[in-house]
Design a protein around this ligand. Structure first.
Ligand SMILES: NC(=O)C1=CN([C@@H]2O[C@H](COP(=O)(O)OP(=O)(O)OC[C@H]3O[C@@H](n4cnc5c(N)ncnc54)[C@H](O)[C@@H]3O)[C@@H](O)[C@H]2O)C=CC1
Ligand SMILES: NCC(=O)COP(=O)(O)O
Length: 331
């Protein structure tokens, strides 16, 4: 089936967060943002609570394209409680997981061209027994891919970053670093730059872990023991890889011009520069999957939910990137 005749599936995320509001606003501004048709997956009541646009509850994703012109098509997940914006609940966590499951299933089955995931609360999901670090690893598992072989990329107009370790305590992140894990993430990032971003001969800059990339082993040895062997292995395969670079000096404008993505050792090393530069339009994309999955870079923002203050631009960027990547793959 052609990408052009399939909608994107957009899960609403936690019903008490800003996911429903930014998805509704994306439908409002669909022409301004240049968005292809999408179907929301979640509780229609959580949309109606924060957005007064037209909602078209549909039974089958094939109805989405026609419905999209007159209203926001929604495949309904009916949770037992009505969630109040800003007040997450157990029922809301179950609803966000059910919506994620259905939206990913639509992309896997080919009913949707790609999946865009709305923001969920990890704390809420962990509370109902969710055993994955985040949605990235959940989607990987549903696609039958080992979590080690996918990469979480944060992408903005002037920077792409990929963390080697994701949602683990910082102490544990350092312990988890091995040449094999760094090499796998680096390879997933490089292949993703080729396949998803169309960069034929991508350049990857690898960050060090320690101050000044270990200062020759005097401020830590992970660069010598783990990072350099991974760089050597990737170079031996013919990839253009540099590093380990001191992380404090690899994100200024001139440095960013030297690479297509930065491979970072832990979550905040990757996400702080990306969000400092591109919070309003940053996209989280999972590389290494048989389907396309994107998300806005921001979280549930419970502090502003229901106040009409949520900026939809990152969600719009995620929807646009999902559409572009799906079209690239179909071409
Ligand atoms: N893709 C996902 O599902 C993500 C989920 N999270 C989850 O979100 C929850 C809250 O995380 P935080 O660190 O507080 O980050 P957050 O992104 O939810 O909020 C950080 C700050 O930015 C503001 N903000 C976020 N998005 C905004 C938008 N679109 N428009 C206007 N203001 C916005 C919030 O009001 C808050 O002041 C956590 O439970 C975390 O697990 C965090 C990041 C991504
Ligand atoms: N900080 C990024 C984030 O929380 C998104 O992670 P994921 O749920 O997409 O794996």
């Amino acid at each position: 089936m052609s990408t052009m005749i399939r909608p994107l599936a957009v899960s609403l995320g936690d019903p008490a967060g800003i996911g429903p509001e930014v998805v509704g606003k994306c439908w409002d501004h669909r022409q301004q943002f240049g968005l292809m048709p999408f179907v929301a997956v979640g509780n229609p009541r959580s949309l109606a609570a924060v957005w007064d646009g037209p909602i078209a509850v549909i039974d089958d994703p094939s109805e989405a394209l026609q419905a999209f012109h007159d209203g926001l098509p929604v495949l309904a997940i009916n949770s037992s409680d009505t969630d109040l914006p800003g007040h997450p609940s157990v029922a809301g966590a179950h609803c966000s997981l059910d919506a994620l499951e259905l939206a990913v299933g639509l992309a896997r089955s080919g009913s949707a061209a790609a999946v865009v995931t709305g923001p969920v609360s990890k704390q809420q999901l962990y509370g109902i027994g969710f055993s994955h670090p985040g949605q990235t690893e959940f989607v990987a598992e549903r696609c039958g891919i080992s979590p080690g072989n996918v990469a979480m990329m944060l992408a903005g107009p002037s920077l792409r970053t990929v963390p080697v370790t994701t949602h683990v305590p910082l102490r544990r992140a350092a312990e988890m670093l091995t040449p094999g894990l760094i090499e796998m993430r680096g390879r997933a990032a490089l292949r993703g730059l080729q396949r998803t971003f169309g960069i034929a001969d991508p350049r990857l800059a690898v960050a060090g872990l320690n101050p000044h990339a270990g200062e020759g082993g005097t401020l830590g040895t992970e660069e010598l023991d783990c990072i350099m062997p991974a760089i050597d292995a990737l170079r031996a395969e013919g990839w253009r890889v540099t590093g380990p670079h001191p992380a404090d000096t690899m994100f200024h404008a001139a440095a960013r011009g030297q690479y297509d993505a930065a491979l970072c050792m832990y979550h905040d090393q990757a996400l702080i520069p990306l969000k400092a530069l591109h919070f309003e339009e940053g996209v989280n994309i999972t590389l290494g999957l048989p389907i396309v999955r994107t998300a806005p870079d921001h979280g549930t923002a419970f502090d502003i939910a229901g106040q009409d203050r949520a900026d939809p631009r990152a969600m719009a960027a995620a929807i646009n990137m999902a559409g572009d990547c799906a079209r690239n793959r179909a071409a």
